[in-house]
Design a protein around this ligand. Structure first.
Ligand SMILES: Cc1ncc(C[n+]2csc(CCOP(=O)(O)OP(=O)(O)O)c2C)c(N)n1
Ligand SMILES: [Mg+2]
Length: 305
């Protein structure tokens, strides 16, 4: 058996455990901080459960990088972004770009949780004629701001979006998530140089710092460190936090735009595959497809988490 064959088990959609998934909506107005955190924790658990079912059923996906970014996506869409299905046509709403577009299934599941996508459509992921492609396409889903997948494009687009907001004198903010391996692409550094020079305080770059890329550790491939110093040198306001801590994420997103007038760079320390025992920090799970048994085990672990 080749390595690639080993990545994709023989899966029949009907064997994959199913779960009911419905729109969750935003953290209710007036929720206390503790209530908001509990709400986001429950929502992220539901998103992870549906995501792994989708990847298993499709026989394709990037579950490791999805599980590292889900807490960030859920906190943004269900709490911090000034953006909801009713605001899609509002030019003043916040913008979000998932630059690490290979985590598309996590984005789709979060968008369904937030009410942008019909939850029933999630089962069409990667099927012929589905809107839910392996990488997000802005021509197919209204809530997708930019088509991504080729690494190194989302942040440059976000910088343009933030410049437009500044020219308009708008209070709208632009958030973008990049992978850490993705930061090896030079286009990101051109974009950050521009963001720093233009004082784009309305821009927030979130780095999913799981320390793994495809097939290897980031540090063994083309090391990023000292990453905070490099980001500061490019004119960014740097925040470091645990990317699975919903409270810390909420607090950091609320600080955008930064009082310093600089763009914000959040280094979100995450664990690829979090919190599943057999996936966590395991490079093999970058795009490995779980078997129905592994889906069942992951769901059991999530229910106990
Ligand atoms: C320009 C480009 N080169 C290669 C790929 C293939 N690719 C997809 S994901 C990935 C690794 C990305 O690693 P990282 O940014 O750390 O993502 P994460 O760990 O969050 O999954 C690679 C090389 C791509 N999508 N685009
Ligand atoms: Mg990574």
């Amino acid at each position: 058996m080749t390595v690639e064959e080993d990545l994709v088990p023989e899966v029949h959609v009907e064997d994959v455990p199913k779960d009911v998934f419905s729109v969750i909506g935003r953290v209710p107005e007036g929720a206390t901080r503790e209530e908001a955190i509990a709400f986001l924790r429950d929502a992220a658990r539901a998103v992870r459960k549906r995501d792994i079912q989708m990847v298993s059923a499709a026989g394709l996906g990037h579950i490791g990088g999805e599980y590292s970014v889900i807490d960030i996506l859920v906190t943004l869409y269900l709490h911090s972004l000034r953006m909801g299905p009713e605001l899609l046509g509002d030019p003043e709403r916040d913008r979000f770009i998932l630059s690490k577009g290979h985590a598309a299934a996590a984005l789709y599941t979060t968008l369904a949780a937030a009410g942008f996508i019909d939850p029933d459509d999630l089962s069409t992921f990667m099927q012929p004629l589905s809107q839910l492609n392996g990488h997000p396409a802005r021509t197919k889903i209204a809530a997708v701001e930019a088509s991504t997948g080729p690494l190194g494009h989302g942040l440059p687009i976000a910088v343009g979006t933030a410049i437009a907001g500044k020219i308009d004198g708008s209070a709208r903010r632009t958030f973008v998530v990049t992978g850490d391996g993705e930061l090896q692409e030079g286009s990101n550094w051109e974009a950050m140089m521009t963001a720093g020079n233009h004082g784009l305080a309305n821009l927030c770059v979130i780095v999913d710092r799981n320390r793994l890329q495809q097939g290897a550790k980031v540090e063994d491939t083309n090391d990023l460190e000292p990453l905070p110093d490099k980001l500061r040198a490019f004119g960014m306001e740097v925040v470091e936090l645990t990317g699975h801590d919903h409270g810390a994420l909420m607090d950091a997103f609320a600080q955008v735009p930064a009082a310093s007038g600089k763009p914000t760079a959040i280094i979100a320390h995450t664990v690829k595959g979090n919190p599943i025992s057999f996936m966590s920090n395991n490079v093999a799970w970058h795009h490995k497809v779980p078997t129905p048994e592994q889906v069942a085990q992951a769901i059991e672990e999530l229910e106990q988490s």
